[in-house]
Ligand binder design. Sequence first.
Ligand SMILES: Nc1ncnc2c1ncn2[C@@H]1O[C@H](COP(=O)(O)OP(=O)(O)OP(=O)(O)O)[C@@H](O)[C@H]1O
Ligand SMILES: [Mg+2]
Length: 619
Amino acid sequence: MEGRFKQSNFLDERNKNKGKERNNKNSKATYDKKIFMRLARFALPYWPLFLLALALVLLITILTIIRPYIIKIGIDKYIQGVVTGVISANEAEGGIIKLSSLFLLFLFLELVFGYIQTYILEATGKRIIMNLRNNIFRHIQRLPIKYFEKNAVGRIVTNVTNDTEALNEMYTDILVGFIQDSFIMFGIVIAMIRLNLSLSVVSITVIPLMVIAAIIFRRNARKVFSEIRSKLGAINAFLSEHVVGIKIIQVFNMQRKKYMEFDAICKDYMKANDKMIMIIGVYRPIMDVINSFALALLLWVGGRGILGGNIEVGTLFIFINYTNSFFHPIMNLTERYNTLQSSVVASERIFSLLDEAIECQKVSTYREGEETADFKRLNGTIEFRNVWFAYNSEDWVLRDVSFKISAGEAVAFVGATGAGKTSIISLICGFYEIQRGEILIDGINIRDIEKSVLRKSIGLVLQDVFLFSGDIKYNIRLGKNHIPDEKIYKVAKFVNAHGFIERMGGYESLLCEKGATLSSGQRQLISFARALILEPSILVMDEATSNVDTETEGLIQDALSKIMKGRTTIAIAHRLSTIQEADNIIVIHNGQIVEMGNHQKLLENEGIYYDLCKLQYEN
Ligand SMILES: Nc1ncnc2c1ncn2[C@@H]1O[C@H](COP(=O)(O)OP(=O)(O)OP(=O)(O)O)[C@@H](O)[C@H]1O
Ligand SMILES: [Mg+2]
C-alpha cells in the first residue's frame, strides 16, 4: 500500500495504471468484468425486483414491436383495400376504429408497464446506493490515519456523495436499458426479416457504419469521463479545504487570489465537460445522418418495389418505422455506454476506497467481548524496544527509541518542536505501524492487541480538541449511552469544567461544528472530561495544558494529580513547570532519546533539560 496513494498524484497514478491496462486488452476486459461482478453483488439481494422489471421490459418490447404492425394492417388491408375496391368504405372504417382502439390499448399498457418498471428500478437503485454509501462510511471509519493524510477531505466526500449517485443510473437505467435495447433490436430484426428480406438487407447494411461511429465515440468518452470526475473531485476538495480555512483567507485578504484559483479549477471542469459536449455533439448528428441515409435507401428500394407491385405500402411504412425504432436503441446503447463510463469511473473510485486496507486488526491475545479472567482492561505498562519509525519510507522520525513505563507511572516527554513527541503518542494509540523494533503494552506486542481493546484503555487529550456538533453532554459521552448523566456531571466537576458549562446554559447547550463557539481552554476542559469518563488505565496528554490560563492550569494540575493516581500517565508539555512532578522525564532530540530521569536528576546532569529549564525560568 505504501506510496500507492500519494494524493497529489493519486489520479495520475491511477490513469497510468489504466493506461497499462488499456495496453493489455485481456486484462482490461477482466478488470471491467471484476467491476461489474462487484456491482452485481450489491444488486443481488434485490434480484426478484430486477426480474420483475425485466419481465415488464419484455412485455413493453413486444408491444413496441407489434404496434407499427397494427398500422401496417390498417394501411394494407383497409386503406389499400378501399383504394383498390376490395372492401367497402364502411367496412374499412369499422376496421380502422377497431385497430385504432387496439393501438391505443397497447400504448396505454406500454405506459402503465413503463411506469411500474421505472418505479421498481428507481426505488431499488436508491436502496442499493444507500447500502453502498453506508458501506463506504463504515469502511472510511476503519481506515488507518495514513489514508486521511494522503487524501483530501473533499475527494472522500465526492466519493460518498457524487460517485455513489453516478452509480445509481447503473442500476436504474443501464442494466435494464441494455437488455431492453437488445430485445428491441433483436425483435425488430426478426420481424423485418420475416416481413421482407430485401428491405431488411437495406436497413441492416448501414449497421457497420454505426458500429464504427459508436466505437470511436466509446474510445473518447471514457477518457473524458474520467477527467470530468477527477475535476469535480478537485472542486469539492478545494471547497472543503477553503471553507474550513475561511478565517485565514479573510484575515490575510486572500479572497481574490483564492477566487482566481477556484475559477481556474472550475474552468478545468468546464473544459472537460466541453470536451464531452463536443464528443456527443458530433456523435448525434453523425448517427442522424446515417439514419436518414438508411431511410433514403429504404424509400428508394421500397418505392421501386411498390411501383413494381412487389411490396405493399404498409410494409414500407412498417420498415420506415422499424428502422427508426432500430436506430434508437443503437443511439441509446452508445449513450448508455456514456453513462456506463461515468459509472465505471465512479465505481473504480469507490472500489479503490473500499479496497484500502483497514487498520491492522490482528486478533490473538486479547479479543473484545471475551471477558476472560486475564482481561478486563490493559494495566498500562508501556515499553518501546529499539523502535524505528518513519511516516514515509526511510525518513526516520524515531530512531532506536527504547523506554519502559510501568503501570501507574507518570512520564513526561520533553523536546524541541518536531523532535517526535506526538509521533510517540500516535504509536502508543496504534495509529501507525512501526518499521523496526517492538512496542509492548502489558508485555504484549501492540500488533497483537485488538485496536478497540487498546483504545478503550487509553484516554487521549490532544492539543487540537475536536468537538462534534451536538450538545456538551454528547461530546463528553461520545455515544457511550450506558454512562449515566450523573457520572458526566461528576467528571466535569472533577476537571473543573462544570463551572463554565453551567454558565453557558448547562450540559444540553448545543455546540456548533468543531465547537467553534468555545474558547480553546474550554474545549480542552471538555476533552479532559471526555478522556476520563471511561476511566482509562493510560492517560495520554499532548500539550494538554498549553491552552489554558495560569489559574485554570492550576486547577487542572490539581485535578491531574488526583487523576494520575492508579493510571499510567504520559504528558507532553512545553511548559516544563507542569511536569516537574513526573516520575520520569524523557528528553527527545531529533527522534532519539538523549536524557531520561526525574526532574532533580536531569537538573544535576546539566544536559539539554537543564538548558531548557534555565531558558524558561530566565524568561
Ligand atoms: N503525519 C505525518 N506525516 C509525515 N511526517 C510527519 C507527520 N507528522 C509529523 N511528521 C514529521 O515527524 C517529525 C516529528 O513530528 P512530531 O509531531 O512527532 O513532533 P513533536 O515533537 O510532537 O513536535 P511539537 O513539539 O511541535 O508538537 C516532524 O519532523 C514532522 O515533520
Ligand atoms: Mg507535537
